[in-house]
Ligand binder design. Sequence first.
Ligand code: PLP
Length: 455
Amino acid sequence: MKNFDYRDNELCCEGVRIEEIAKKVGTPLYLYSQKALVDNYKAFDKAFKEIDHLICYSCKVNSNLSICKVLKEEGAGADVVSGGELYKALKVGVDPKKIVFSGVGKTREEIKYALKNNILMLNVESILELELTDEIAGRLKKKAPVALRINPDIDPNTHPHISTGLAKSKFGIEISRAKEGYKKAKELENIEVLGIHMHIGSQITELEPFVNSLGKIVELIKELEKERIRLKYLDIGGGLGISYKKGEKAPTPKEFAERLLPLIKELKCKIILEPGRAIVGDAGILVTKVLYVKKTEEKSFVIVDAAMNDLIRPSLYNAYHEIIPIKKLRTLPRGPRVPSGREANSPSGISSPLGTRGELSLGDLESPRDERRTTVDVVGPVCESGDYFAKDRELAEVKSGDLLAILDAGAYGFSMSSNYNARPKVAEILVEKDKFCIIRKRENYEDLIRGEQEE
Ligand SMILES: *Cc1c(COP(=O)(O)O)cnc(C)c1O
């Protein structure tokens, strides 16, 4: 995790002790490192520096205004998928000429809103949407700038819920009907055909699916040129995965660019990229407090104050997130083995007579908490069995009041959170060097009833 590390056994974000933030702001909380965000953005920018490109940060991944603003200041545009995201991007001052709008179900109002604000282009996902866009543009006496989102029918080998470029998926126009779509677009009076778009899925950790899809798209661009349809923009979407698990490999933006550049270098198109997860994923963590450690005959449960409504990825995709303590127990020097019954449970085989945390029980004396690792389920308080962050996970033993960090939670974390179980949404904090700033207030009970009416 970039910019999150232990100092004196305490987890810090850049120059700030996370425990200190938790004490001031309470838990749960999302915490982001500004430096990590900027570094990730710059890595993409640098990787594609040899060609004309625009990075449109995918706002749905984390649309907090401060996060969008940090990236905008670095020069990023925005990839939006709803009128609400377009509103937020405009609100932080993203140049409309750097905004692209995707989505299979754009409403009449959303299309109108986008056209009125003169965004760079609408990534149109069906012929019907193309016709509706033409009609709306006509009424506004404008030409609608569009790209067609083409579905290349490639399996990205990711979770089915986040796979978007297969023939059976709802996204885009089938590649077999692409030419027909472009011819139609060219005929329509109020449409200006600017580009081509693909986005094949998310959390893709192999480069082949990108290479194969892009290959198909480049071939299509060349065929279109023969028909005198010349495109100014090639939008290759997002989807680059990150490593959530130790040992799991994900390509870097540099590796990603090195494989794709040979395919696109010769084209006369400006390249648009729409990374999301690869920019904010490892820049954020979810900090949560242990409420109870509950042992049943079958299992041990670490019950924390965050829940599936705050971070739904484990429940939704069975996603893995590393979980680590905010305060590491003292790492003890390898000492002589102390023979005890408990020692068999200690995988490291090291033992010491004293724990570091006071509150010693007999058990602690036999095998200090430092060394004891247990296999637990980390779960939230929501009334659903699917409310968990980890199952059968080996963790250092914790007790009530301990703080834990759920790592790599910056992407699809807060943005997918809800008020389920009437739980107020958590606070979000941005760290810059040795300062931290609350970029979203924790909600209170009043917030929960805003807009509701008692009849
Ligand atoms: C979600 C989405 C992205 C971002 O995907 P990541 O996997 O987070 O990089 C980019 N483009 C479109 C159209 C999307 O829907």
